[in-house]
Design a protein around this ligand. Structure first.
Ligand SMILES: N[C@@H](CCSC[C@H]1O[C@@H](n2cnc3c(=O)[nH]cnc32)[C@H](O)[C@@H]1O)C(=O)O
Ligand SMILES: [Zn+2]
Length: 430
């Protein structure tokens, strides 16, 4: 058997306790064989974790990965103007090659910050599929469709593309890639298209993922037109089921929180994007109290502006306390759970916890740094003090993606160089 032993570290267990242990991984099937201090087996390969915390790989539950190319391209604007005036025109000029290199750049960034799994809404998805296959991450991918401003034929084409992409690539990369049908939002996609997209997806047991209740501009028109709140509308459309997950959920009322909890629909909280676009403060503690499955996502790099899930966990804790006006709200354990198991549950992929028999998706965090000293409470450090750059090794599906900060599956400097060139040309085209 081909095995990997991560040895000498402390291990974060699913109950958020930390214990000294080695982790033995079966690289053939990508699962954890054993966790303990006296594992016998001679491993085929070892990763040194001395002075490190071994934790589940982080799960970035909402992203637009190729938007790394638009990092710093347009800042300091609210959502609607930012999308219409800057982002959508720039995206219209992106080529398939741009999408590929933008995705690779995002994947390098995620691997370097301990993210092993992500959910992504973008276009030219086959390019992203190929990039993920090579990079070795786990992902739930989909084509984002928009129908407003399009004639009926173009609108249907875009919806059908989302459905076809989801069917074609589900199970790709030896099963590491799953898919979802991804209508962009409840206000940028018309009712009949949403209904059809959800029905088609669910017919094949494929989830639906969309932006919802991100800004008041997305809530008010629905309330005015339909005399119901967006998530009640989503329920009528068949888009609020156990397998589905929404991004944001900032402006949700108590009734909508109950709908999320009853249906089991996942919510992906994107605190940095919500702060940067001044979208608002999601009632995360209320959602957790109600039993909603809450994960964390970075959103695209143009509204963040990085893909570091450690930043995101800290932001979630900070804004969660502010939103609840309570310093005990959205505590360290809660954000670490949301950034790992919560995200994995929300997007319906395995991972998010280190357990025997579970997938070997692992981040090894080097604790030997001034900002992580002393080790009073390692869960607190993960939530409040650690950075993506503290990650030393990243493992996904039993394969080592980064060892001693060297990315093994992609050529980091060539990816950066190609991304710089792509953006120089893109700016000329726009
Ligand atoms: N097929 C669509 C693209 C949809 S992909 C998903 C879209 O979400 C956009 N996006 C990124 N961040 C956010 C956000 O925070 N809220 C809403 N949309 C976003 C992103 O720029 C991208 O255009 C088209 O051709 O216009
Ligand atoms: Zn988004």
């Amino acid at each position: 058997m081909d095995t990997l032993r991560i040895e000498g570290g402390q291990v974060l267990r699913p109950d958020m306790t930390v214990e000294r242990a080695d982790v033995l991984v079966d690289r053939d099937d990508g699962t954890i064989l054993d966790i303990g201090t006296d594992l016998d087996a001679d491993a085929s390969e070892t990763l040194d974790a001395d002075g490190c915390l071994v934790m589940p790989g982080l799960v970035n539950a909402h992203c637009h990965v190729s938007m790394t190319l638009l990092r710093g391209y347009a800042d300091d604007k609210e959502l609607d103007a930012w999308l219409r005036e800057d982002i959508w025109p720039a995206e219209a000029a992106l080529t398939a090659d741009d999408i590929r290199v933008g995705a690779e750049l995002g994947l390098v960034e995620m691997i370097r910050s301990g993210t092993t799994t992500f959910a992504d809404m973008y276009f030219d998805v086959p390019e992203i599929v190929d990039a993920v296959e090579d990079a070795g991450l786990r992902a739930r991918l989909g084509h984002g469709s928009v129908t407003i401003g399009k004639d009926d034929d173009d609108a249907w084409d875009d919806i059908e593309e989302s459905i076809e992409i989801a069917r074609e690539f589900d199970g790709a990369a030896d099963g590491r890639i799953r898919t979802a049908v991804m209508p962009h939002s409840l206000t940028t996609v018309g009712e009949k298209y949403l209904r059809e997209a959800a029905a088609e997806a669910h017919e094949d047991d494929i989830p639906v993922h969309y932006h919802a209740n991100e800004t008041t501009d997305e809530v008010d028109p629905i309330v005015e037109e339909r005399d119901e709140h967006p998530l009640s509308y989503a329920k009528d459309l068949g888009m609020l089921t156990e397998r589905d997950f929404i991004a944001h959920g900032v402006h949700v009322d108590d009734e909508e929180i109950s709908l999320l909890a009853e249906s089991g629909t996942g919510v992906v909280h994107c605190p940095a994007s919500n702060m940067k676009l001044a979208s608002g403060m999601a009632p995360v503690q209320d959602m957790l109290d109600a039993g909603v499955t809450v994960g964390i996502g970075t959103d695209g790099a143009a509204s963040n502006n990085d893909l570091d899930m450690f930043d995101e966990m800290r932001d979630a804790a900070m804004i969660g306390k502010l939103a609840a006006d309570d310093a005990s709200a959205v505590a360290a354990e809660d954000v670490v759970r949301m950034g790992t198991a919560g995200s994995a549950d929300a997007i319906g992929l395995p991972g998010g916890a280190l357990e025997v028999g579970g997938v070997a998706d692992i981040a090894v965090v080097d604790l030997d740094a001034p900002h992580l000293t002393p080790a009073n409470d390692l869960v607190s450090h993960l939530a409040y003090a650690a950075r993506g750059s503290d990650v030393r090794h990243t493992v996904c599906d039993g394969q080592v993606l980064m060892q001693d900060r060297e990315v093994l599956t992609l050529d980091e400097s060539s990816v950066m160089e190609r991304a710089r060139e792509a953006v120089t040309e893109l700016r000329d085209r726009i």
